[in-house]
Structures are given as structure tokens and as C-alpha cells.
Design a binder for this molecule. Structure first.
Ligand code: IPM
Ligand code: MG
Length: 361
């Protein structure tokens, strides 16, 4: 297993250490070999090279089966020109490797129920959503993009554009996933206003004809933002474009209690595929041992599942995480989650990683 490790900025490096530790423990137990190649990205790369990602890092990633990515973003570069924003590094990597289908599972851990912003009677109905966010198209990437002038006024433009092919390929992945689940896809768009959304709706409807066992519904993004909170149990697979998915997946994060818990995985056109936690670089707590490494560890388990087809190993990691939570261990972000029958214990980033490793046995 050859893995590119890109710890990035803020809390990225410290949560990455815990994911690697967990993977190493699993590899030792199961007898597989892991080889890491570590590279710079984001502000870490800007500081050393002047670029948010270098050709060297991209070449290194290309030689690997999968990329494990920590976090990106640093307030020191907040006012830098677009090409020197740390985030550019991440966007470049996604594009370079055709990382088009970003999977963000949203589920509630029984041990963290009391952290959810949802009322208990809503939570009781269950939350288990698999969100598919298109990741290499739309307003994040299309041209024209940037500063301009209109009527002598400073102005700026971004372009929301989708081709049929871009919509078809992610829709097929989402429908295929739904066949293994509760057989329902909710496609989210803004078809009452946006032309790109009208095409999105048409194409998704066309694709659905090839999946007669899956029910398709369409939902406008504004009402989706509301319904995700009022009736999350209604949703199974959610399919949406890049920016809507960015926004809705953070919302999904707080439904479950903490953004620190949320993993993501991205399927690409060809290896390497790409795995990163949904949380950001959290510069305010970086380097203090306060970050929750579970989103990163769970992203690593998504890598086992989707990049290496190691379903039972992925489940072992997920079960270990669940046991640690059930035993009452909490990083600061989830310390207010009550534990049943055991005392809550505040732990550091590193201790949390050690506990997961210990549960792996
Ligand atoms: C995410 C992040 C990124 C995005 C940023 C850091 C560029 O918010 O992965 O959700 O907007 O895609
Ligand atoms: Mg985001």
C-alpha cells in the first residue's frame, strides 16, 4: 500500500500522526505493508516554496495508490492574492487527479447523541446519510473567474457551469451507492433560478432511468438546508454539486455533534483517490493537543474501504472508534457528550489515537 501523506496546515499534522499510527497498528496486526511518502501542501508549502503545492508534491502523489490529506488554511495568508492562497493547493490536487466524487457520510454515534443540535425526538428516527458532492466542477473551477471591472466599477466573477458528462459520472456513482443502501437518492439543486441546476435536474433524471430500483427525488437547496435539520431521517443518498455540497456537508457535521468526527473520501477517475476529514485547519487550537483526530482516522478507514477494498479492516477501525467513544473518552470538541454508565474523560489528540490503537488489539 503506497500512500501519499499530506498533513498540511493547522491541526492537520497532529491528526495525521494519529491516523498513521492507527494504520500502522492495523497493518502490523493483519500483516500488510504500508509505505508512506510525505509532502508539503497549503501554507506549509507556501512558507517553504512560495507555492501552495509544488510539482514535486504532485509527482509524488501520482506514484501512490491513495492520498491522505490533513487540513488546509492559515490566517497569515488570508489576504494573499488568489494564486497564493493555501486552499489553492487543495483545489489543484483535486483537479489534477480527477477527484470528482466526494463522499461525506453523516451519521450519529450513539455515544455523541447528546451533542447533536437536533431535538431527541428527531434524532430518535435515525440519521444515516451518504452525501455525494461533485468536487471538480462548477463555480469552484470554471472560467471566467476573478477580478474585473463593470461600468468602471471594481467587480468580480465566478462561473457556475456544468457539462452533461460531469453530472452523469457523479450521478451514476451516487445511484450505485444507493442500490447498496435504502435505495433513495435526493438530488439537490436550485433549478428554480439557475440554468446549471436545470441541466443538473434533467441529467440526473435521465440517469435514474438506468436504476429502476432506486427512487429519485429533487429538492431545492434552500429547503434542503431546512429539511436536513427538521427531518434528517428522510434522507439516504444526497447528490449535489460542488458549492451546495460544501455548505450542506458542514451542516451535516453539526447534526452529528462535531465537525471533528466527520470523514470524507473522494473517488477519482484513476488512482490515487483522496481522503480528508471535513474539518478545517482550526489554527486557533493547532499544536495544543486539542484537535479531535477521529475525523482523520475515519477518513483513513474510508481509504481502506474505497481505495483498497478492505471492508472488514475498515469496519474494525470504525468499531474501535465507537468503543472508545462508548467508554467515555472525549477530545474537547465532544467533551459535553454525556456517556452512559461510564465517566466522561477528557483526552488529548494523541491519547485519543492511542485509545483507538488499543481497541484494535
Ligand atoms: C471542504 C473545504 C474546502 C472546500 C476549502 C478548504 C477549499 O471547505 O473541503 O469542504 O471548500 O472544498
Ligand atoms: Mg467545506
Amino acid at each position: 500500500m503506497r500512500i501519499a501523506v499530506l498533513p498540511g496546515d493547522g491541526v492537520g499534522p497532529e491528526v495525521m500522526v494519529e491516523a498513521q499510527k492507527t494504520l500502522d497498528a492495523l497493518a502490523a496486526k493483519k500483516g500488510f505493508r504500508v509505505e508512506y511518502r510525505t509532502g508539503l501542501v497549503g501554507a506549509a508549502s507556501l512558507d517553504k516554496t512560495g507555492e501552495p503545492v509544488t510539482q514535486d508534491t504532485l509527482d509524488m502523489c501520482r506514484e501512490c495508490d491513495a492520498i491522505l490529506f490533513g487540513a488546509i488554511g492559515d490566517p497569515r495568508w488570508d489576504n494573499a492574492p488568489a494564486h497564493q492562497r493555501p486552499e489553492r493547493g487543495l483545489l489543484r490536487i483535486r483537479k489534477e487527479f480527477g477527484c470528482f466524487a466526494n463522499l461525506r457520510p453523516i451519521k450519529v454515534y450513539p455515544a455523541l447523541k447528546s451533542m447533536s443540535v437536533l431535538r431527541p425526538e428527531i434524532l430518535e428516527k435515525g440519521v444515516d446519510i451518504l452525501m455525494f458532492r461533485e468536487l471538480t466542477g462548477g463555480v469552484y473551477y470554471r472560467e471566467p473567474k476573478g477580478r474585473t471591472t463593470v461600468d468602471g466599477q471594481p467587480a468580480a466573477v465566478d462561473t457556475m457551469l456544468y457539462t452533461e458528462e460531469e453530472i452523469v459520472r457523479i450521478a451514476r456513482v451516487a445511484f450505485t451507492a444507493a442500490q447498496q443502501r435504502r435505495k433513495k437518492v435526493t438530488s439537490v439543486d436550485k433549478a428554480n433560478v439557475l440554468a446549471s441546476s436545470q441541466l443538473w435536474r434533467e441529467v440526473v433524471t435521465k440517469v435514474s432511468a438506468d436504476f429502476p430500483d432506486v427512487t429519485l427525488e429533487h429538492q431545492l437547496v434552500d429547503s434542503m438546508a431546512m429539511k436536513l435539520i427538521t427531518s434528517p431521517s428522510h434522507y439516504d443518498v444526497v447528490l449535489t454539486e460542488n458549492m451546495f455540497g460544501d455548505i450542506l456537508s458542514d451542516e451535516g457535521g453539526v447534526l452529528t455533534g462535531s465537525l471533528g468526527m466527520l470523514p470524507s473520501g473522494t473517488i477519482s477517475l484513476a488512482p490515487p483517490s483522496f481522503f480528508e476529514p471535513v474539518h478545517g485547519s482550526a489554527p486557533d487550537i493547532a499544536g495544543q493537543g486539542k484537535a479531535n483526530p477521529l475525523g482523520m482516522i475515519l477518513s483513513m478507514s474510508m481509504m481502506l474501504r474505497y481505495a483498497f477494498n478492505m471492508e472488514s479492516e475498515a469496519q474494525e477501525v470504525e468499531t474501535a472508534v465507537e468503543r472508545v467513544l462508548n467508554n467515555g473518552y472525549r477530545t474537547p470538541d465532544i467533551v459535553h457528550a454525556r456517556a452512559e454508565g461510564v465517566e466522561v474523560q477528557l483526552v488529548s489528540t494523541q491519547q485519543m489515537g492511542d485509545l483507538v490503537v488499543a481497541e484494535l488489539g
